[in-house]
Write a protein that binds this ligand. Structure first.
Ligand SMILES: Cc1ncc(COP(=O)(O)O)c(C=O)c1O
Length: 422
């Protein structure tokens, strides 16, 4: 048998080059960064959050030997004709998990949204309706295409897009509605899909925060014209950075597949022949290897998120606050336990955040209304978004969080609210 000569393949060795890189090699052969380097990195990295490792972090991934073994296999063997094996498997596992026909792994949720919106033909002069309370990543891809994000108000209980306000914002230029399932809470998919049918407008699900969330038994992300996911390091399932585009629409899938490959259509006989200008938002085989183990562990990872949420809920019951919504037709994947202090309670969020900081606990502010950033034209009034945002905080929820750590997080909230009531 002759050995195939390849145009290029990576040079991966077992050589110990770790010393020169300043890495530690442990007895087990495992390599890690020295503690000092890690601490400095957290303090000064432009990508870091300036926090030291001893703190209670708001999230961190759950990585077991399953992820490590797959990624080692991908590093050793996942090249040449095997360079897409883990990507293909990751897409296949995710399709099965979600119950959809098609899935395309991407380097981010932002990229998945960008390609999906482009495939729907969103362009200059078009409008896309979405909630004012959103992470910028849901709105930015609309602007990349020269279209206008139209920000509308949220519902006071789910903190998600208000279908009535979305309907009122529809104009002849409306090209799509983005339904973001915030912090694991679900948008009202019955009403939004009915709107979509009535006006002939695609409903897109940004399900980056809603792994494990269900609407009438259907997984978040599987019900819209297309859905998108994020596997950023803070998410319930992670690949470090990464995302997924999903759809049940064959034609839309073909369009996004072509886009995702720099405009090269599947089945094109000519090498390196782009039929149109596409995108480069690919996930690597190495990242997909981690993703495969994470999807295989999805039920366990989601169950733990829910357990943590209900531990908080039980400990905080009786206080004047609301937490993530879970009505009978839904299951909340509980990505991020969130508290919104009741209106009228004399509560000072800055002081609470300061108490968390002093206790060595990460906390996050509720998303700002995007209309307040000055980056978008304010077309509609969004009083609910503006009212709720300053009263909300997200609580730590990584999978290994202990009961004792949950108590530590709850204490400053209790003290703050008891003080407010006194
Ligand atoms: C609702 C929502 N949409 C989109 C994104 C962007 O995801 P990514 O960082 O993978 O692009 C995020 C990430 O934080 C998100 O929470």
């Amino acid at each position: 048998m002759t050995t195939r000569v390849r145009a290029s393949k990576p040079f991966i060795t077992n050589a110990d080059s770790t010393k020169s890189a300043g890495l530690n090699r442990q007895g087990s052969g495992e390599v890690s960064l020295p503690q000092k380097m890690l601490e400095n990195a957290y303090d000064s990295s432009p990508r870091g959050n300036g926090l030291r490792t001893a703190r209670i972090r708001y999230t961190k991934p759950s990585i077991t030997s399953a992820e490590v073994n797959y990624v080692m296999d991908a590093a050793r063997h996942g090249w040449g004709e095997r360079c897409y094996e883990y990507i293909d498997l990751f897409e296949q596992l995710f399709r099965a998990h979600l119950g959809v026909k098609h899935a395309i792994a991407t380097s981010s949720c932002t990229g998945a949204l960008h390609m999906g919106l482009a495939a729907l033909g969103v362009g200059p002069g078009d409008e896309v309706v979405l909630a004012d309370i959103n992470w910028i990543a849901s709105a930015a891809p609309i602007t990349y295409l020269g279209a206008t994000p139209v920000l509308v108000d949220i519902l006071p209980d789910t903190w998600c897009l208000d279908p009535k306000k979305a309907e009122a914002a529809i104009t002849p230029r409306t090209k799509a509605i983005i339904a973001t399932h915030l912090y694991g809470n679900l948008c009202d998919m019955d009403r939004l899909r009915a709107l979509g049918h009535q006006y002939g407008i695609p409903i897109i699900e940004d399900a980056a925060e809603a792994i494990g969330s269900l609407w009438r038994g259907k997984r978040a992300g599987s019900m819209g014209t297309f859905g998108t996911f994020s596997f950023h390091g803070t998410k319930t399932l992670t690949t470090g950075e990464g995302g997924m585009f999903v759809t049940n629409d064959d034609a839309l899938y073909e369009k996004v597949v072509t886009f995702s490959n720099h405009g090269r259509a599947r089945g094109e006989a000519r090498q390196f022949w782009p039929a149109e200008i596409g995108f480069k938002y690919k996930l690597s085989n190495l990242q997909a290897a981690i993703g495969c183990a994470q999807v295989e562990r999805a039920e366990e990872l989601i169950a733990r998120k829910r357990e943590i949420f209900f531990s908080y809920k039980q400990r905080l019951s009786g206080l004047p606050l609301i937490m993530n919504d879970e009505r009978p037709e839904t299951v909340n994947g509980c990505w991020m336990p969130t508290v919104v202090i009741e209106k009228g309670v004399p509560f000072n969020r800055a002081l609470l955040l300061e108490s968390f900081k002093r206790a060595g606990i990460d906390s996050r502010v509720f998303f700002w209304p995007l209309s307040q950033t000055g980056l978008f034209r304010k077309i509609h009034h969004t009083p609910v978004s503006c009212d709720i945002s300053p009263r909300g905080i997200n609580l730590p929820s990584y999978h290994d969080l202990t009961g004792e750590e949950i108590n530590r997080v709850v204490n400053p909230i209790v003290r703050c609210l008891v003080r407010a009531a006194a």
